[in-house]
Design a protein around this ligand. Structure first.
Ligand code: 2P0
Length: 325
């Protein structure tokens, strides 16, 4: 008996960052984090349980992924199979509508879509909460992509309690995220490695943990109050704190490229000219700008003047995981 299911999950961008695990295997974080799910970028994945003779394979954007590169995904599926006492070889066919490894959190949508397709293919009756737990085991940030809108990943204390919860599933606040892609080169330090290094070596890590808990509380209040300015300020500071922390690891490192600093100063200049906007930056050199719809045109045109090579994609709030068949 072969069974297949397709799910779509949208990528999310953290407004209060997750940066460090207490438990690497279960991906339990040191801090809670808060994100927005985007409408623009997503992964669409079909999981098919094969007949006994079939060999497991992973096809990404039309090409078979070589075993070494597919290892993380294959191991993840086997982990889920053990967890739910199911078995069988399988085929994963995924379309990734997110630029890979460019700080646009492609793993968040990828593992969330895969977890959902897996659950449906095996006809597992899982709640959204359990889906979030399953996605977390693939990639921490993926647990937040199970839900749409503003989402909080509660750090919890164990596998059961470390899950995402929706804060506002269909926000009405006027907020646009501009993903400014300035450099699509592969990043040097994968996020899993970068966060492990700061946890193990940065003397400032405990301060990060305290500040991030406080930032989560303030961000939740700002979201509930639909206070764009506070949301932007808190998000920008969380990103700056995360990137400052990376410099204090032993050895220190940074995701910033020269263009990243140019982009930051462009945001500062726009604000000085009365165009309110804030930035956030993930594990890569690109910048995301948070603004209101009415400012988008001006911001895009300013960025094109300063950094003519950039591509800019505007996103609003996206939905949680969707099943297509
Ligand atoms: C986040 N990032 O909160 C943070 C901010 C990037 C910067 O989560 O090791 O791929 O698989 O749990 O989720 C990217 O790291 O890391 C990430 P793992 P993940 O979105």
């Amino acid at each position: 008996m072969a069974s297949a299911a397709t799910a779509r999950a949208h990528t999310n961008i953290a407004l209060v960052k997750y940066w460090g695990k207490k438990d690497a295997e279960l991906r339990l974080p040191f801090t809670s984090s808060i994100s927005m799910t985007l409408d623009r970028f997503y992964a669409q994945t079909t999981f098919e349980v094969l007949p006994a003779s079939g060999e497991s394979e992973f096809i990404l954007d039309g090409a078979v992924v070589r075993p070494a590169a597919a290892e993380r995904v294959m191991k993840y599926v086997k982990l889920l199979q053990r967890r739910f006492s199911v078995s069988g070889n399988f085929r994963i066919v995924s379309e990734n509508h997110v630029p890979m490894s460019a700080g646009l959190a492609s793993s968040s949508s990828a593992f969330s879509a895969l977890a959902a397709a897996f659950a449906k293919a095996y006809e597992l009756e899982v709640s959204r909460e359990e889906l979030s737990r399953m996605a977390r085991l693939g990639s921490g940030s993926a647990c937040r992509s199970v839900f749409g809108g503003f989402v909080k990943w509660e750090k919890g204390t164990d596998d059961a309690s470390s899950i995402a919860i929706p804060l506002v599933e269909a926000p009405t606040i006027d907020l646009t995220l501009l993903a400014v892609e300035i450099n699509t080169k592969q990043k040097l330090v994968p996020s899993t490695v970068g966060m492990r290094r700061v946890v193990e070596t940065s003397p400032y890590y405990p301060t990060w943990v305290e500040d991030t808990e406080r930032a989560c509380t303030l961000m939740e209040e700002a979201i509930r109050a639909e206070d764009f300015t506070r949301i932007g300020q808190i998000a920008q500071q969380s990103a700056l704190d995360m990137h400052a922390l990376n410099l204090t690891a032993r050895p220190g490192f940074t995701y910033f490229q020269p263009e990243t600093l140019l982009a930051i100063s462009t945001v500062e200049q726009l604000n000085a000219a009365g165009v309110e906007c804030y930035f956030t930056i993930d594990a890569g050199p690109n910048i995301k700008v948070l603004t209101r719809a009415g400012n988008v045109e001006e911001i895009v045109s300013r960025f094109k003047q300063v950094l003519p090579e950039v591509t800019i994609a505007a996103s609003s709030f996206g939905p949680g995981v969707e099943f297509l068949r």
